[in-house]
Design a protein. Structure first.
Lengths: 245, 245
DNA sequence: TTGATTTAGTGTATTTATAACACTATTGTA
DNA sequence: TACAATAGTGTTATAAATACACTAAATCAA
């Protein structure tokens, strides 16, 4: 209630700490990975955790997320989206901490990761084989992030954030399969992606064992206005509205 | 970064305030309304605002949202869902405030609203004719809430939260039309809702001007597991991933 | 050099969902 | 008794999703 009173004295109230955690996804060898840091100190010493840190008073939440991301991976200009805010009372044994979680999608080839003062190691983990246990409530955060990633994949162009400048249609299909964790039909995938008209053909081919494959470029202009639907199955998992407590 | 260090002194850092704002929707005369409070003091004195307040150190975010909701409307056991966290640096001229916004769906018949110390008035507004301007960035928050409501309506059973225990199928259709802001076909609606198998017939009828209408009850058991898709149009508006800054 | 293997890409038929709209049903009321 | 009003059903045309068979272009191994 103080919020709507003018006689509110900002210093009078005890306040929680606010952190920003960033779940950073990438694709390595066609497999979905997430970046985790290993904690150097108590609590959860030695456990792996989602990178994050306190916000500064002069930066927005998203700025804070970008700063954290840069500190951990050195990348800029990536896809970043707010995931959820976790605020259970005892999620951090030290003090009351409210964490605004973000999802970031980066291209693994573009960055070098590095450990920092608080972590003994930084590593990419395949989402299928995560270390156990994670620090704090980070298993929840991560599970929620993966769920969100899946549900958004079906109606946004977010998969392209994980791909290099040029790519083949079957590589794109592979990303969808990785994230959705399900096989897709090749013919139907070709048809849908062509219909969506989001790709631009390049003159490039990539040679391999079999027939060479055509390479395509993502048309960012189209993706902007076009809120297109790109669904592969009827039962969508819920994208929001989680319970904590 | 202090988050992952053990030598972190919680008192050393300046901290933002954290509030919880609750966008409370209801249906009055078959029309979607939102609850706003009129501010008594600076800043935005006299402006209408989304009800909210500071969180206590010993309550979770959702608990705080429920408390606020109870304080403003006196209701309990309603649908509540986290919407988004707004954290632009200067959104509150008094101090740095981070607001975790929630959506609540209530049945208007169940509560009496009342003004509190900080507000001169509390009122339900039809979402089509909102007062201008709203306090803080609350126009943004509200627009985002309505967008979320629309997109979730299509693949969840959330519309039932706005209805009384028993209702007619055409009343349900009316809610969909109100929230989606578009006319739906009667026959197709009947077919879809029947197929979904979420309703239980009651022996009740309601008499009116024309043919009496059958009343139905929502089957909560079905809704739980069944993540059913209840879509009425292809172009879904984006449910998350807003920009602020 | 030829045929098997491998990866790329196209075509098509069946099933299922959507959308539009015409029709029947049951009440009150002039 | 007929007509206005509201409730509810059925039918048909079109579009989308799915499954799967097919063609294409390269390498590899005899």
């Amino acid at each position: 209630m103080p919020k709507h009173a003018t006689d509110y004295d900002a210093t009078r109230y005890e306040r929680p700490s606010v952190t920003v955690d960033v779940v950073i996804f990438t694709l390595i060898n066609q497999e979905l990975h997430v970046l985790l840091v290993q904690r150097r100190h108590w609590p959860f010493e030695g456990c792996w955790a989602i990178p994050g840190g306190f916000i500064n008073m002069d930066e927005s939440l998203e700025d804070a997320a970008r700063r954290e991301l840069a500190e951990e991976t050195g990348v800029r200009d990536v896809y970043l989206e707010q995931l959820y805010t976790f605020g259970a009372v005892a999620r951090d044994p030290r003090t009351r901490v409210i964490s605004v979680a973000y999802i970031a999608l980066v291209r693994a080839d573009l960055q070098q990761i590095r450990a920092s003062a608080e972590s003994t190691a930084v590593r990419w983990f395949p989402v299928r084989t995560l270390p156990e246990p994670l620090a704090f409530d980070h298993d929840q955060v991560l599970a929620y992030a993966i769920g969100r990633l899946r549900s958004k994949l079906e109606y946004t162009t977010l998969a392209f954030q994980l791909l290099p400048e040029v790519f083949s249609i079957l590589e794109l299909k592979h990303i969808y399969e990785q994230i959705l964790d399900e096989k897709l039909d090749k013919g139907n995938f070709y048809r849908k992606i062509k219909e969506a008209d989001l790709l631009e053909e390049t003159p490039l081919l990539r040679e391999g064992r079999g027939r060479p494959t055509r390479l395509w470029r993502f048309r960012r202009d189209r993706a902007a206005d076009k809120q297109f639907v790109f669904r592969w199955r009827e039962d969508r998992s819920v994208g929001e509205g989680r319970d904590e407590k």
